[in-house]
Design a protein around this ligand. Structure first.
Ligand code: SF4
Length: 347
């Protein structure tokens, strides 16, 4: 059996609250695998725990429970030396490049830092490798004596990607890598990420609230709600026919251009806000906002279970038997040209 590049096994993370309130369970038992060279998109609304999960995967945060394995090695128990060696192979690109790059360091020093930290000298020397990295991300010939503040957001994100590539990692965790950028620059960065993957075979864990970006880049998509994965499917399947009511609401809230032109497009309106993770609802965490919730949904926790033979998983008592028709209508509607009769939220 092939060992996944990254495996999360029942990972949990709770944060204690000030003044002794109930702990906030940001990640409530997530199991996911990522293969070498694969892109797994992780989507969900703000506050669902996806950025916490990204930091756990990199072990920038200590999990409260569960295991994280990188290439079969348990990184939750790895000591500093083992962790340093693993970090060489797993890198991160964050949302705000200006905040993630040291504002007082010159670009040349920022790009040389990974070699210094990992005590390695690239073949041909650091200067040649930095020039090669910059050319690879489309910044050939920039003045590397300048400081980050002297570059645009798009240029800085290219520099952040170049730094992430310096040590030739097997995995990049990209947390909202385009959301702080102008729309015109976003597409360039998405295309750069695709170019990097094709050229270097790197795996991505791509965290985003933007379904268009994830749908364009990811091989599979995991949908997260209030600290748990509610649906996991190959990208084409999820976009064509989401089965979980929350995944359906997310898709209906992000129509494609074709769907926006179609006047029959109808968004599923969810009632209420994301509940407080310190006081998560009983049973299915989505039940207070679910348009089709039943009494049993308040009591029984739906497990993320495999359905069918296409690598799909869903955590809903009623899926797909009672959700597939609406999921297919949303999928057709997003592609445009088909009428969608979406239910509206009832709570
Ligand atoms: Fe809705 Fe029940 Fe499915 Fe949860 S388990 S998504 S409440 S139908």
């Amino acid at each position: 059996m092939t060992v996944p590049l990254l495996a999360l096994d029942g990972v949990r993370k709770s944060f204690a609250q000030r003044r002794g309130g109930a702990a906030v369970q940001a990640v409530a038992g997530v199991s996911l695998n990522l293969a070498a060279g694969e892109t797994l998109g992780l989507v969900g609304e703000t506050g669902c725990g996806k950025s916490t999960l990204a930091r756990l995967a990199l072990r920038l945060l200590e999990p409260s429970g569960g295991r994280i394995l990188f290439d079969g090695q348990d990184i939750t128990t790895a000591g500093p030396a083992a962790l340093l060696a693993i970090r060489r192979r797993m890198q991160a690109v964050f949302q705000d490049p200006l905040a993630s790059l040291n504002p007082r360091m010159r670009i040349a020093d920022i790009l040389a830092e990974p070699f210094r930290v990992h005590r390695t000298t690239p073949r041909g020397g650091a200067a040649a490798r930095i020039a090669e990295l910059l050319a690879f991300v489309g910044l050939e010939g920039i003045d590397t004596r300048r400081l980050p503040a002297q570059f645009s957001g798009g240029q800085l994100q290219r520099i952040a990607i170049a730094r992430a590539l310096a040590l030739e990692p097997a995995l990049i965790v990209a947390d909202e890598p385009t959301s702080a950028l102008d729309p015109s620059v976003q597409a360039q960065i998405v295309n750069l990420l695709l170019h990097v993957q094709r050229a270097r075979g790197i795996a991505y864990l791509l965290i985003s609230h933007d379904l268009e970006v994830v749908g364009h880049v990811a091989d599979r998509i995991a949908v997260m709600y209030l600290g748990v994965i509610v649906e996991l499917a190959p990208t084409g399947h999820l976009l064509r026919e989401a089965w979980h009511p929350y995944a359906q609401a997310l898709l209906s809230a992000a129509p494609t251009l074709a769907a926006r032109r179609d006047r029959s497009w109808q968004r599923i309106l969810l009632g209420g806000d994301l509940p407080n993770p310190a006081d998560a609802p009983s049973g299915c965490r989505f039940h207070p906002r679910c348009p089709i919730a039943r009494e049993a949904c308040r009591r029984e926790v739906p497990e993320l279970r495999p359905v069918g033979s296409q690598g799909r998983y869903v955590a809903c008592h009623l899926a797909p038997a009672e959700t597939a028709v609406l999921g297919a209508a949303i999928g057709r509607g997003r592609r445009g040209g088909a009428r969608m009769q979406a239910r509206e939220g009832t709570t």
